[in-house]
Ligand binder design. Sequence first.
Ligand SMILES: [Zn+2]
Length: 64
Amino acid sequence: MSYYNKCPHCGAALDPGEKCDCQAAPADIAARRQAIKECIDHALNGADLHEMQIIWQFVSKYCG
Ligand SMILES: [Zn+2]
C-alpha cells in the first residue's frame, strides 16, 4: 500500500512533500509542460515496439 497526500485544491495525488502544479504560476506550468514534452519526444524516438505499445495504452484513448 502506497502512501500519498491529496492536494486540497484539485484533489491530485501527491508524493509526501511534493507541491501540486495546480498552484504554480502559468509560466512555470508552461515551462514544466514543455520539459515533459521534450522528454516524451526523446523517449518516443528511442522506443522499441514493446515500449511503443505500452505508451499506446495511455494515448490510444485520444486517438479513437
Ligand atoms: Zn492541485
